[in-house]
Ligand binder design. Structure first.
Ligand SMILES: NC(=O)C1=CN([C@@H]2O[C@H](COP(=O)(O)OP(=O)(O)OC[C@H]3O[C@@H](n4cnc5c(N)ncnc54)[C@H](OP(=O)(O)O)[C@@H]3O)[C@@H](O)[C@H]2O)C=CC1
Ligand SMILES: O=C(O)[C@@H]1CCC=N1
Length: 272
């Protein structure tokens, strides 16, 4: 794998997940630098992965071939302004932020930068993530290939043709691990209420989720409805549970949740 110098501006949850994917798949830790204002997350990254750490965004960015912007969306503008005095013409800039359009970064950095917008998710940290990628026509094949190689260390990558499609990626993959954690939380709470120990309840619920996801993945010829049907004996227990979900309009609730997720990304695009 190419061992370009990669720096992360912002060393929070998502940057940590990507760094974990990189190092676990053999990327040289000495080629990775994380920059963050507060020290504890940096120290943990240095301890866990052996990467370089700093509180100085400018030095980190100046010395990197690839700059990954890992701060919250509202901080992209001050970070861009801070780095705008650097000559970024030869560098690839990768943003992971939701809801900040590619065009805005040229304003923030006060120059035409080579930017690829990505939408990863936290399972990247264990190699089973998914990252959506968008690049405008001006971005070179070399930079696209480099970005894809870096992000693929955390799992699957999917290019989208239109920037707007990244908002669907947010709803389907970037944010969605949280939906599944919520579902697991609710299952565990119900089982604990029924007398099960929390650890047993969690083990059962998470193993079932893992098994269901793997079955869906390993049987692409089977529809999701068929996989569900295979569990659902007529007049049996599953049928009662599924009927309860359908009566409670789970599908509509999921549709509302995903639509609101996308609407928030669109709103953020007008804010930042
Ligand atoms: N979490 C997720 O699942 C996903 C997040 N994203 C995107 O990733 C980005 C980061 O999110 P997430 O990792 O969750 O957020 P975190 O809050 O965990 O991380 C953001 C980090 O940025 C640091 N930071 C703040 N100001 C600066 C600055 N001026 N220069 C450098 N670093 C700074 C913060 O440091 P400190 O804490 O010390 O202030 C913090 O460590 C967001 O844009 C989000 O949209 C995308 C996909 C999924
Ligand atoms: O909640 C957020 O805004 C970010 C983007 C996707 C996941 N976390």
């Amino acid at each position: 794998m190419s061992q370009q110098k990669v720096c992360f501006i912002g060393a929070g949850n998502m940057s940590r997940s990507i760094i974990s994917g990189l190092v676990n798949s053999g990327y040289t830790p000495q080629c990775i630098t994380a920059s963050n204002p507060s020290q504890p997350k940096l120290d943990a990254l240095h301890h866990d992965f052996g990467i370089n750490i700093t509180n100085d965004n400018m030095t980190a960015a100046a010395n990197a071939d690839v700059i990954v912007l890992g701060v919250k969306p509202h901080l992209m503008e001050p970070v861009g302004k801070q780095l705008s005095s650097l000559d970024l013409s030869e560098k690839l800039i990768i943003t992971i932020a939701a809801g900040v359009t590619a065009q805005r970064y040229n304003d923030f950095f006060k120059q035409e930068i080579k930017l690829i917008r990505t939408m990863p998710n936290t399972p990247t940290q264990i190699g089973v993530g998914l990252t959506g990628l968008y690049a405008s026509d001006e971005i070179s094949q070399e930079h696209k290939a480099l970005c894809e190689t870096l992000m693929a260390t955390g799992g699957e990558v999917i290019w989208v043709n239109k920037e707007d499609d990244l908002n669907q990626v947010i709803a389907l993959a970037g944010s969605s691990p949280a939906y599944f954690f919520l579902f697991l939380e609710a299952m565990v709470q119900s089982a604990v209420k029924g007398g099960m120990s929390e650890s047993n309840a969690r083990e059962m619920a998470q193993q079932a989720a893992l098994g269901a996801a793997l079955m869906a993945k390993k049987n692409p010829e089977l529809s999701l409805a068929q996989l569900r049907s295979n569990v659902t004996s007529k007049g049996g227990t599953t049928a009662q549970a599924i009927a309860t979900f359908e009566d409670g309009n789970l599908r509509q609730l999921v549709d509302n949740a995903m639509s609101n997720c996308i609407a928030r990304a669109e709103e953020m695009a007008t804010q930042y």
